[in-house]
Design a protein around this ligand. Structure first.
Ligand code: ZN
Length: 281
């Protein structure tokens, strides 16, 4: 199933909808995505029924929000594709490197991405995003797949100057609108192998990143094992699983995003998200 958070106009209250081809069917659920995920076993049959029989509206007529608008946690792994490690002139990590992105950085899949004041080095990073389903602590890698609710496309937008201003990266990763995700969650049962998906990012139609999730250094299962050794993962938590090579900071000369640039991130079977860079007043 494909589950979106949507509203009829950008400012009207958001609801959950089921995406079926070019149609959106309201899920008939009063609550946000983390609550729906937490109650999934109880509600999934009724949602499946609505997706077959429910009257929908054209997907193009609604505003899509981030599928999880306020995740309890957003974690993102650094240096997790070999080509990105090489272009960053770093050694392949033997331990996982994690940083957080602020809840308030979440952005809709087609909403503008803001260029803040005094933040001139904004870069894109397409990433496969895993959404936690059943929560837990001390989840072993061989059981981690049971804890993923679904997947979507993410852009780990990064301000490189702020990222590298200190020993940890979170501030440079947490600007408002710098975590667009979507366009919807594809539930895990519809993703045969999350470690075999083509992934790409273009800027103004110019392809910058192309890879496949088979090149992840630490698998999604290892990532969940590692994070859940430190803290309880909960329904709706968001994990950015790393970006492949081709970021603007590694180009020669370096290329950063400017007002009007259109950044499109796509992953095989999960759809695409597209945001236009906009200077913040
Ligand atoms: Zn990243």
């Amino acid at each position: 199933m494909k589950l979106a958070t949507y509203s009829d106009t950008p400012d009207s209250p958001a609801r959950i909808g089921i995406v079926a081809d070019d149609t959106l069917i309201d899920a008939g659920f009063d609550g946000a995505m983390p609550e729906l995920i937490a109650r999934w076993d109880e509600v999934k049959d009724s949602l499946a029924g609505r997706s077959v029989s429910g009257a929908g509206k054209p997907l193009s007529s609604v505003h899509l929000h981030a599928p999880v608008k306020r995740p309890g946690k957003i974690w993102a792994i650094g240096l997790n594709y070999a080509d990105h490690i090489a272009e960053s002139k770093m050694d392949t990590p033997t331990r996982q490197i994690w940083f957080t992105k602020a809840q308030t950085s979440i952005n809709g899949p087609y909403d503008p991405i803001l260029l803040a004041r005094n933040a001139p080095y904004v870069d894109y990073e397409v990433e496969l995003v895993a959404i936690i389903g059943k929560g837990g602590k001390y989840i072993p890698a061989d059981k981690a797949h049971e804890h993923v609710f679904g997947y979507c496309v993410g852009n780990d937008v990064t301000e490189r100057m702020w990222q590298h201003a200190g020993p940890q990266w979170s501030l440079g990763k947490s600007f408002d609108t710098h975590a667009p995700i979507g366009p919807w969650i594809t539930t895990a049962d519809e993703v045969a192998d999350p470690h075999a998906l083509d992934i790409s990012c273009s800027v103004n139609g110019d392809m910058r990143q192309t890879s496949n999730t088979r090149h992840l250094v630490f698998s999604i299962w290892q990532q969940i094992e590692h994070l859940s050794a430190a803290m309880t993962l909960e329904p709706g938590d968001v994990i950015f699983t790393g970006t492949p090579g081709g970021v603007g900071a590694a180009m020669e000369p370096r290329q950063f995003l400017k007002p009007g640039d259109v950044v499109r991130c796509a992953i095989q079977g999960l759809g695409s998200i597209e945001g236009t860079m906009q200077q913040e007043a």
